[in-house]
Design a binder for this molecule. Sequence first.
Ligand code: GLP
Length: 241
Amino acid sequence: MKIIVTKDYNDMSRKAANIISAQIITKPNCVLGLATGSTPVGTYAQLVEWYKKGDLDFSQVSTVNLDEYRGLDHSNDQSYYYFMMNNLFKHVNIDLSRTNVPDGTNPDPVKACEEYEEIVKSYGGADLQLLGLGHNGHIGFNEPADEFPNFTHCVDLTESTIKANARFFEKIEDVPTQAYTMGIGTIMRAKRILLIASGADKAEAVKKALQGPVMPQMPASILQLHPDVTVVLDEAAASLL
Ligand code: GLP
Protein backbone atom coordinates (compact mmCIF):
# COMPACT_ATOMS: atom_id res chain seq x y z
CA MET A 1 0.00 0.00 0.00
CA LYS A 2 1.36 3.40 -0.99
CA ILE A 3 0.33 6.31 1.22
CA ILE A 4 0.70 9.83 -0.17
CA VAL A 5 0.15 12.71 2.25
CA THR A 6 -0.75 16.03 0.64
CA LYS A 7 -1.06 19.45 2.24
CA ASP A 8 -4.77 20.08 1.81
CA TYR A 9 -7.97 19.14 -0.04
CA ASN A 10 -6.94 20.78 -3.32
CA ASP A 11 -3.57 19.10 -3.30
CA MET A 12 -5.23 15.73 -2.54
CA SER A 13 -7.66 16.28 -5.42
CA ARG A 14 -4.90 17.15 -7.91
CA LYS A 15 -2.78 14.14 -6.93
CA ALA A 16 -5.78 11.78 -7.17
CA ALA A 17 -6.72 13.28 -10.54
CA ASN A 18 -3.14 12.77 -11.71
CA ILE A 19 -3.33 9.08 -10.89
CA ILE A 20 -6.67 8.72 -12.73
CA SER A 21 -5.29 10.69 -15.70
CA ALA A 22 -2.27 8.40 -15.90
CA GLN A 23 -4.67 5.43 -16.00
CA ILE A 24 -6.64 6.95 -18.89
CA ILE A 25 -3.51 7.95 -20.81
CA THR A 26 -1.83 4.56 -20.45
CA LYS A 27 -5.04 2.61 -21.21
CA PRO A 28 -7.52 4.80 -23.13
CA ASN A 29 -10.22 2.08 -23.04
CA CYS A 30 -9.86 1.51 -19.29
CA VAL A 31 -12.69 0.79 -16.85
CA LEU A 32 -12.84 3.34 -14.06
CA GLY A 33 -14.64 2.49 -10.84
CA LEU A 34 -16.09 5.76 -9.57
CA ALA A 35 -17.25 7.08 -6.21
CA THR A 36 -19.56 9.81 -5.00
CA GLY A 37 -19.67 11.92 -1.82
CA SER A 38 -18.02 15.26 -1.16
CA THR A 39 -14.44 13.93 -1.18
CA PRO A 40 -14.08 13.22 -4.95
CA VAL A 41 -15.75 16.46 -6.11
CA GLY A 42 -12.39 18.26 -6.44
CA THR A 43 -10.83 15.27 -8.20
CA TYR A 44 -13.59 15.28 -10.82
CA ALA A 45 -13.31 19.07 -11.23
CA GLN A 46 -9.60 18.68 -11.93
CA LEU A 47 -10.21 15.93 -14.50
CA VAL A 48 -12.80 18.15 -16.23
CA GLU A 49 -10.28 21.02 -16.33
CA TRP A 50 -7.61 18.83 -17.92
CA TYR A 51 -10.17 17.47 -20.40
CA LYS A 52 -11.11 21.04 -21.39
CA LYS A 53 -7.43 21.85 -21.93
CA GLY A 54 -7.23 18.91 -24.33
CA ASP A 55 -5.05 16.77 -22.07
CA LEU A 56 -7.55 13.96 -21.50
CA ASP A 57 -9.82 11.90 -23.75
CA PHE A 58 -12.69 9.95 -22.21
CA SER A 59 -14.12 8.69 -25.52
CA GLN A 60 -13.14 5.06 -24.93
CA VAL A 61 -13.43 5.02 -21.14
CA SER A 62 -16.07 2.89 -19.38
CA THR A 63 -17.21 3.51 -15.82
CA VAL A 64 -18.84 1.52 -13.03
CA ASN A 65 -20.03 3.41 -9.99
CA LEU A 66 -19.93 1.99 -6.50
CA ASP A 67 -23.47 2.54 -5.33
CA GLU A 68 -26.87 4.19 -5.59
CA TYR A 69 -29.67 5.00 -3.17
CA ARG A 70 -32.61 2.62 -3.46
CA GLY A 71 -35.69 4.41 -4.79
CA LEU A 72 -34.03 7.49 -6.32
CA ASP A 73 -34.28 7.94 -10.09
CA HIS A 74 -31.83 9.72 -12.39
CA SER A 75 -33.64 13.04 -12.21
CA ASN A 76 -33.49 13.17 -8.41
CA ASP A 77 -30.76 15.66 -7.55
CA GLN A 78 -29.62 13.44 -4.66
CA SER A 79 -29.22 10.33 -6.76
CA TYR A 80 -25.65 9.26 -7.42
CA TYR A 81 -26.42 9.10 -11.15
CA TYR A 82 -27.31 12.81 -11.01
CA PHE A 83 -24.12 13.48 -9.05
CA MET A 84 -21.97 11.73 -11.65
CA MET A 85 -23.72 13.46 -14.51
CA ASN A 86 -23.20 16.90 -12.98
CA ASN A 87 -19.72 16.46 -11.58
CA LEU A 88 -18.16 14.57 -14.46
CA PHE A 89 -20.10 12.91 -17.28
CA LYS A 90 -21.78 15.92 -18.85
CA HIS A 91 -18.53 17.91 -18.90
CA VAL A 92 -16.37 15.37 -20.78
CA ASN A 93 -16.58 13.34 -24.00
CA ILE A 94 -17.57 10.09 -22.31
CA ASP A 95 -19.98 7.76 -24.12
CA LEU A 96 -22.94 7.65 -21.69
CA SER A 97 -23.83 4.14 -22.82
CA ARG A 98 -20.56 3.03 -21.23
CA THR A 99 -21.32 4.63 -17.85
CA ASN A 100 -22.94 2.44 -15.21
CA VAL A 101 -24.58 3.17 -11.86
CA PRO A 102 -26.75 0.64 -9.98
CA ASP A 103 -30.42 1.09 -10.89
CA GLY A 104 -31.99 2.61 -7.78
CA THR A 105 -35.42 2.53 -9.39
CA ASN A 106 -35.51 -1.26 -9.73
CA PRO A 107 -37.81 -2.21 -6.83
CA ASP A 108 -36.48 -5.78 -6.81
CA PRO A 109 -33.26 -5.54 -4.80
CA VAL A 110 -32.05 -9.04 -5.61
CA LYS A 111 -32.52 -8.58 -9.34
CA ALA A 112 -31.09 -5.04 -9.37
CA CYS A 113 -27.96 -6.18 -7.55
CA GLU A 114 -27.45 -9.38 -9.55
CA GLU A 115 -27.78 -7.40 -12.78
CA TYR A 116 -25.26 -4.82 -11.61
CA GLU A 117 -22.75 -7.45 -10.52
CA GLU A 118 -23.06 -8.99 -14.00
CA ILE A 119 -22.42 -5.60 -15.61
CA VAL A 120 -19.24 -5.09 -13.59
CA LYS A 121 -18.16 -8.65 -14.42
CA SER A 122 -18.86 -8.14 -18.13
CA TYR A 123 -16.27 -5.34 -18.13
CA GLY A 124 -13.76 -7.61 -16.40
CA GLY A 125 -13.92 -5.45 -13.27
CA ALA A 126 -12.43 -2.00 -12.77
CA ASP A 127 -8.87 -1.21 -13.81
CA LEU A 128 -8.81 1.52 -11.19
CA GLN A 129 -11.42 1.88 -8.45
CA LEU A 130 -11.71 5.26 -6.73
CA LEU A 131 -12.97 5.14 -3.13
CA GLY A 132 -13.95 7.65 -0.49
CA LEU A 133 -14.20 6.65 3.16
CA GLY A 134 -17.18 6.86 5.50
CA HIS A 135 -16.67 8.00 9.11
CA ASN A 136 -17.46 4.46 10.27
CA GLY A 137 -15.04 2.97 7.74
CA HIS A 138 -17.60 2.18 5.05
CA ILE A 139 -16.54 1.95 1.41
CA GLY A 140 -19.23 2.27 -1.24
CA PHE A 141 -22.14 1.65 1.08
CA ASN A 142 -20.61 -1.41 2.74
CA GLU A 143 -21.44 -0.61 6.33
CA PRO A 144 -19.73 -2.23 9.35
CA ALA A 145 -21.03 -5.81 9.52
CA ASP A 146 -20.18 -9.31 10.74
CA GLU A 147 -18.86 -10.38 7.37
CA PHE A 148 -17.46 -8.92 4.18
CA PRO A 149 -20.18 -9.09 1.48
CA ASN A 150 -18.81 -10.55 -1.74
CA PHE A 151 -21.22 -9.18 -4.35
CA THR A 152 -23.42 -6.17 -5.12
CA HIS A 153 -26.23 -6.16 -2.55
CA CYS A 154 -28.91 -4.07 -0.90
CA VAL A 155 -27.91 -2.50 2.43
CA ASP A 156 -29.73 -0.84 5.28
CA LEU A 157 -27.84 2.38 5.93
CA THR A 158 -26.69 2.95 9.49
CA GLU A 159 -27.94 5.82 11.62
CA SER A 160 -24.51 7.52 11.41
CA THR A 161 -24.40 7.30 7.59
CA ILE A 162 -27.93 8.66 7.29
CA LYS A 163 -26.96 11.54 9.59
CA ALA A 164 -23.71 12.21 7.71
CA ASN A 165 -25.50 12.28 4.35
CA ALA A 166 -28.45 14.32 5.62
CA ARG A 167 -26.48 17.49 4.86
CA PHE A 168 -27.21 16.98 1.16
CA PHE A 169 -30.98 16.62 1.67
CA GLU A 170 -33.60 19.13 2.78
CA LYS A 171 -34.47 17.12 5.86
CA ILE A 172 -33.20 13.91 7.42
CA GLU A 173 -36.46 12.07 6.64
CA ASP A 174 -35.68 12.51 2.94
CA VAL A 175 -32.47 10.45 3.16
CA PRO A 176 -33.15 6.98 1.73
CA THR A 177 -32.64 4.22 4.31
CA GLN A 178 -31.36 1.66 1.81
CA ALA A 179 -28.87 1.53 -1.04
CA TYR A 180 -27.55 -0.84 -3.68
CA THR A 181 -23.79 -1.14 -3.41
CA MET A 182 -20.93 -3.12 -4.92
CA GLY A 183 -19.81 -5.71 -2.40
CA ILE A 184 -16.43 -5.72 -0.73
CA GLY A 185 -15.58 -8.58 -3.11
CA THR A 186 -16.61 -6.51 -6.14
CA ILE A 187 -14.33 -3.70 -4.94
CA MET A 188 -11.44 -6.02 -4.09
CA ARG A 189 -11.58 -7.55 -7.59
CA ALA A 190 -10.56 -4.16 -9.07
CA LYS A 191 -7.01 -4.32 -10.39
CA ARG A 192 -5.96 -1.13 -8.62
CA ILE A 193 -7.57 0.91 -5.87
CA LEU A 194 -7.24 4.62 -5.14
CA LEU A 195 -8.58 5.65 -1.72
CA ILE A 196 -8.91 9.34 -0.93
CA ALA A 197 -9.77 11.06 2.35
CA SER A 198 -9.64 14.62 3.59
CA GLY A 199 -10.21 16.40 6.89
CA ALA A 200 -9.61 15.75 10.59
CA ASP A 201 -13.02 14.10 10.95
CA LYS A 202 -11.74 11.21 8.81
CA ALA A 203 -8.45 10.76 10.71
CA GLU A 204 -9.70 8.04 13.04
CA ALA A 205 -11.35 6.01 10.27
CA VAL A 206 -8.14 6.36 8.20
CA LYS A 207 -5.98 5.10 11.07
CA LYS A 208 -8.25 2.13 11.79
CA ALA A 209 -8.61 1.25 8.11
CA LEU A 210 -4.91 1.41 7.29
CA GLN A 211 -3.27 0.34 10.53
CA GLY A 212 -5.91 -1.50 12.55
CA PRO A 213 -6.97 -5.14 12.40
CA VAL A 214 -8.64 -6.34 9.20
CA MET A 215 -12.26 -6.93 10.18
CA PRO A 216 -15.72 -6.48 8.65
CA GLN A 217 -16.65 -4.10 11.48
CA MET A 218 -14.17 -1.70 9.75
CA PRO A 219 -14.95 -2.46 6.09
CA ALA A 220 -12.10 -0.39 4.59
CA SER A 221 -9.53 -2.41 6.58
CA ILE A 222 -9.84 -5.15 3.90
CA LEU A 223 -7.87 -2.86 1.58
CA GLN A 224 -4.74 -3.85 3.52
CA LEU A 225 -5.04 -7.21 1.73
CA HIS A 226 -5.29 -5.78 -1.81
CA PRO A 227 -2.03 -5.98 -3.79
CA ASP A 228 -2.25 -2.53 -5.42
CA VAL A 229 -3.68 0.26 -3.30
CA THR A 230 -2.71 3.93 -3.36
CA VAL A 231 -4.04 6.15 -0.58
CA VAL A 232 -4.04 9.92 -1.04
CA LEU A 233 -4.74 11.85 2.15
CA ASP A 234 -4.50 15.44 3.21
CA GLU A 235 -2.47 16.22 6.34
CA ALA A 236 -5.55 16.40 8.55
CA ALA A 237 -6.83 12.98 7.51
CA ALA A 238 -3.34 11.53 7.96
CA SER A 239 -2.79 13.16 11.36
CA LEU A 240 -3.26 9.99 13.45
CA LEU A 241 -1.05 7.71 11.33
C1 GLP B 1 -21.19 8.03 1.11
C2 GLP B 1 -20.82 7.19 -0.14
C3 GLP B 1 -19.40 6.73 -0.09
C4 GLP B 1 -18.52 7.89 0.34
C5 GLP B 1 -18.81 8.23 1.77
C6 GLP B 1 -18.01 9.42 2.29
O1 GLP B 1 -22.10 7.43 1.96
N1 GLP B 1 -21.67 6.07 -0.37
O2 GLP B 1 -19.02 6.22 -1.37
O3 GLP B 1 -17.17 7.53 0.23
O4 GLP B 1 -20.17 8.41 2.00
O5 GLP B 1 -18.59 10.60 1.85
P1 GLP B 1 -17.87 12.00 1.89
O6 GLP B 1 -16.83 11.95 0.83
O7 GLP B 1 -18.94 12.99 1.58
O8 GLP B 1 -17.29 12.15 3.25
